[in-house]
Design a protein around this ligand. Structure first.
Ligand code: KIV
Ligand code: ZN
Length: 519
């Protein structure tokens, strides 16, 4: 092993709650954002971009709530266009906290200048300077992003960056907004800025790479090699289109190849798999099995030759230890005779802290599951904990369902839902319908009761663990009034899991639309 000489620390700027949330179907409620923000703080990220305060009252409140709760443990950042009202709104959301940052952006590439902004080069420079100065009048920590920097002419990029720093920007972020860069190209862009921007030493250079060509992580690491000292990224690479650079991959590349990069991060890496699961279950965006670092197969060695090598010495085929990223395999754990103490101890070993009431609820579900299922795995326990922590006060609840299906029969479903907004006896509603299959019939019956029609955009069921009696994890995405909403649930009965997942998505769509001010 080469000895690592660490010279520098890279700031990890997480934008799961802002750029990640912009991903269709990934919108999060305020309690969900707060839970993710707490997990990000425990993970040790330096900066949390909590949202875009001007975008909506909900975004503003979310940034404010994250700032109030965590603004002394991490830098909390709010995004703003080069507009006075955006910057004032961001400043308002961050007011009074110990570590605020305002992130101001303006596109600089010829294509954005001509078609989006219809602004000449010098107008862009003036707007950038004016708004960085304005932001600086509210707080000392200002980030400036020339949007679509990777497609901006280098001399003009240097001019904008130099003037933004002179106006008070303390971090200059160089976004590859459309995922167009390649590693060598991006390395050259950062190197060029270092050579040609006279005051570059007064600001931290940051990267923000999108993954349209699958190069976001490689480009971010190339930027670090060229001297960038902040990386913007998201958990599981969540984000618009193909997403952003994945935080877990950046962090583990820097840790595993510290001998090469000579830098470090402050990330508490054993928390990586836990936060990956949290973000996946909150957004409904599943993590592919072979995803680097946090995928279910990331530490599985199937080939005999690999297993033989691993038995001799793990380092033959393993460059990272599963425990260093908090990876949990498919260990068979407890049976139905395991007591509450053993269960509590296992939950703690898996990295979860539950209060007594939540622990009791998950334990009750565990006992019910152990009655139905021969083997209960760690993954089952995690699914039960996730399910418990995602319980929301939904208006519509599933009380009962029955389906009929088979060859030569017409698929039918009968459903009973409770409308919790009504307190009397008349809050139970029944419907029976036929469908193209039992799942379709269940979904239609629920829509008929609620009186809405949504379009199913995505539907997946997968086993939580191995074995024929595995729990099914159902994930749905629907479109309602032009927006996407997700829902997720687990059960040993996949029709029940699907029904509950669909109902969650409907509840989410209804509550978001009910919360909107009338226009
Ligand atoms: O991709 C992008 O350019 C952005 C900016 C707002 C930094 O998200
Ligand atoms: Zn972005």
């Amino acid at each position: 092993m080469t000895e690592t000489v660490v010279t520098d620390t890279v700031t990890i700027f997480d934008t799961t709650l802002r750029d990640g949330e912009q991903s269709p179907g990934c919108s999060m409620t305020m309690p969900e954002k707060l839970k993710i923000a707490e997990a990000l703080v425990e993970l040790g990220v330096d900066v949390i971009e909590a949202g875009f305060p001007i975008a909506s009252p909900g975004d503003f409140e979310a940034v404010r709530a994250v700032a109030q709760q965590f603004g002394d443990r991490a830098t909390i950042c709010g995004l703003a266009r080069c507009r006075r009202e955006d910057i004032e709104r961001a400043a308002e959301a961050l007011k009074g906290i110990a570590k605020p940052r305002i992130h101001v952006f303006l596109a600089t590439s010829p294509i954005h200048r001509q078609f989006k902004l219809k602004m000449a080069e010098q107008e862009i420079v003036r707007a950038a300077v004016e708004h960085v100065e304005l932001a600086r009048s509210f707080c000392d920590n200002i980030e400036f992003s020339p949007e679509d920097a990777a497609r901006t002419e280098l001399p003009f990029l240097c001019e904008v960056v130099e003037k933004a720093i002179a106006a008070g920007a303390t971090t200059v972020n160089i976004p590859d907004t459309v995922g167009y860069a390649t590693p060598t190209h991006y390395f050259k862009v950062i190197s060029y800025l270092k050579q040609h921007v006279s005051n570059i030493g007064q600001a931290v250079i940051s990267t923000h790479c999108h993954n349209d060509l699958g190069l976001a992580v490689a480009n971010s690491l190339a930027a670090v090699e060229a001297g960038a000292r902040q990386v913007e990224c998201t958990i599981n690479g969540l984000g618009e289109r193909a997403g952003n650079a994945a935080l877990e991959e950046i962090v583990m590349a820097i840790k595993t190849r510290g001998d090469y990069y000579n830098v470090q991060t402050r990330i508490n890496t054993p928390k990586l798999c836990g936060i990956s699961r949290l973000v996946s279950s909150t957004t409904g965006m599943l993590v592919q099995r072979n995803k680097a670092i946090v995928g279910q197969n990331a530490f599985a060695h199937e080939a005999g030759i690999h297993q033989h090598g691993m038995l001799q010495n793990r380092s033959t085929y393993e460059i990272m230890r599963a425990e260093d990223v908090g990876f949990i395999g498919e260990n068979m754990v407890l049976g139905k005779h395991s007591g509450r103490h053993a269960f509590r101890a296992r939950v703690a070993e898996l990295g979860y802290t539950l209060d007594d009431a939540s622990l009791q609820k998950v334990f009750d579900e565990f006992i019910a599951l152990a009655d139905k299922k021969k083997n209960v795995y760690d993954a089952d326990i995690i699914a039960l904990i996730d399910k418990q922590s995602n319980v929301t006060a939904d208006r519509w609840q599933l009380i009962q369902f029955q389906v009929g299906a088979g060859t030569g029969t017409i698929p039918t479903a009968s459903i009973v839902l409770r409308d919790t907004s009504k307190s009397d006896e008349s809050n139970l509603f029944r419907e029976a319908v036929i469908g193209d299959g039992p799942i379709d019939a269940v979904f239609k019956a629920m829509e008929r009761i609620i009186g809405v029609t949504a379009e199913l955009k995505d539907y997946q069921v997968r086993a939580v663990s191995g074995g024929e009696d595995a729990q099914g994890d159902a994930s749905v995405e629907i479109e309602y009034l032009g927006r996407r909403y997700h829902g997720k649930d687990v059960s040993t009965d996949i029709i029940e899991a699907s029904a509950r997942a669909y109902l969650k998505a409907l509840n989410r769509a209804l509550s978001e639309n009910a919360a909107k001010p009338a226009t």
